[in-house]
Design a binder for this molecule. Structure first.
Ligand code: SF4
Length: 476
């Protein structure tokens, strides 16, 4: 079966310190708002100041937790995680938060991003851990990079976790937004590049950290500020303490603006919806076409389609209906159902598109399977012409910072011209926004963005074996 998936988000993290609130429930709703960032597993760790309890399982947040489960998790502080596996297999053992017993109690940790120096960290763990700890590494119960960080932090004996974190965090390379906790304290940290978003919010009687501002909104927390790249925060009954473990070298992921983040989220002061509308206007400027109707590929293509319609003066309409949940069911579709392919997710509105010259706005083309099937489906439903407009440039390079685009060999863009891609999709025309146009639409200076999946310029180290494969000498 062909894959009709787009790029896979990495994870969502959440943390709350609010002794008078139902923290498990707040975390549940926070994760609910972050569900789009990972749908394979979900987990919550809570502490009642004496003991940490972790509950996690495979599935959507609403499949993993119900009222009874949440009631069985009383606490004063909590962290939560919703996962898509970018490293490690998609199995229960790799669900997060990870937990490790320490000499002082417990440590639970949740991670959004992807570390690029796991070999170095494994070697460090072996060094740190005297002989009796080495077997611990061998039996480490999960293969993901998050367990490695948890295991390393747990080797520091009775040293206070704040000082442990200040030694461990500078040694991590790649992308990481962490929320972690001991029995009494909530911690958060963001890598020096700030690849992924992480924000701090205030409740009337507590604090919240979350991957996106939309998660603050849903739990009634007010936005305070972003957790700074290279910043480490601790929150407990003594209040909020902040330290810098590395100098900030901002390189926010440009793809968060295109696709990953919710439209109602704000990143670095820029509303994601408005950025996407600007991208659409820019696309209309760069790739105008004579057409009757602009339709989005829902949901992520919607704001850019609105922008394209505004910029071009062509009417906007809904030509596709999304069945948002079918792709995430645990029921394995039969062969007959599977052959429906893209129709499982999108269904055309025949009365809207019949006889029309359509501009179809989508966020990205990864393998091209989705758009190929889409063009065929729209033509079958009576579209006269199908003009594809893409709100990101061609994806040419893999991401090592937490997004799973597929390997370079699976990507459609490398090695093909835009016209060859157009032909392969069967579209009448195809236009990708330029990288400069996209950057301008974000209103973030180019030197503060990671754009590596489009230009191959990785702002941080990538795993050496991968650098060799990609022939990227400078990135090793
Ligand atoms: S490579 Fe692309 S997806 Fe990955 S962090 Fe950079 S801009 Fe984002």
């Amino acid at each position: 079966m062909q894959s009709f998936e787009g790029p896979k988000e990495e994870c969502g993290v959440f943390g709350v310190w609010a002794p008078e609130e139902d923290v498990a429930q707040l975390t549940f709703f926070g994760l609910f708002a972050l569900q789009h960032r990972g749908q394979e597993s979900a987990g919550i760790a809570v502490s009642n100041l004496h003991r940490i309890m972790v509950y996690k399982d495979m599935g959507l947040v609403s499949q993993v937790f119900d009222e009874a489960t949440l009631k069985s998790l009383p606490g004063r502080l909590a962290i939560g995680h919703t996962r898509y596996s970018t490293t490690g297999a998609s199995v229960w053992h790799n669900a997060q938060p990870t937990f490790k017993a320490t000499q002082q109690g417990g440590l639970a940790l949740a991670h959004n991003g992807n570390l690029t120096n796991t070999h170095e960290l494994e070697a460090w763990l072996a060094e740190l851990a005297p002989s009796e700890r080495v077997p611990e590494k061998k039996t480490m119960d999960s293969t993901n990079d998050t367990s490695l960080v948890t295991a390393i932090m747990a080797t520091f004996g009775d040293e206070p976790l704040e000082s442990v974190a200040m030694q461990v965090l500078p040694r991590l390379k790649g992308a990481f937004c962490l929320t972690f906790m001991t029995e009494r304290t909530l911690y958060a940290a963001r890598d020096p590049q700030g690849f992924r978003p992480l924000v701090l919010g205030r409740l009337s009687n507590g604090w919240v950290v979350a991957s996106e501002t939309a998660a603050l909104d849903i739990v009634g927390a007010s936005f305070v500020r972003e957790v700074e790249p290279g910043e480490f925060i601790a929150i407990d009954e003594r209040g909020l303490r902040t330290q810098r473990f590395a100098e900030a070298k901002p390189k926010g992921c440009i793809f968060e603006y295109v696709y990953l983040a919710r439209p109602d989220t704000t990143i670095a002061g820029h509303g994601v919806h408005s950025v996407r509308v600007r991208i659409g206007r820019k696309l209309a400027e760069e790739y105008p076409v004579d057409a009757d109707l602009v339709i989005p590929v829902p949901e992520s293509g919607t704001p850019s389609a609105i922008g394209y319609a505004q910029g071009s003066g062509i009417p906007y309409g809904q030509g596709l209906v999304k069945n948002a949940y079918v792709g995430r069911t645990f029921i394995q579709p039969s062969q007959t159902i599977r052959q429906l392919g893209i129709r499982l997710k999108l269904n055309p509105l025949r009365e809207v598109i019949e006889g029309k010259r359509l501009v179809v706005v989508d966020d990205s083309i990864v393998r091209g399977n989705t758009q190929r099937a889409l063009v065929r489906m729209l033509r079958e439903a009576g579209a006269k012409e199908v003009h594809i407009r893409i709100s990101s440039p061609p994806v040419e390079w893999p991401c090592f910072y937490g997004i799973d685009f597929a390997t370079r060999a699976e990507l459609i863009a490398p090695g093909l011209t835009v016209d060859e891609i157009r032909r392969s999709l069967g579209a009448d025309s195809l236009g990708y926004i330029s990288l400069d146009g996209l950057t301008e639409a974000t209103q973030v200076p180019a030197d503060q963005l990671c754009r590596a999946c489009f230009d191959g310029k990785y702002p941080n180290s990538i795993p050496p074996a991968q650098a060799e494969l990609l022939n990227l000498e400078e990135a090793k």
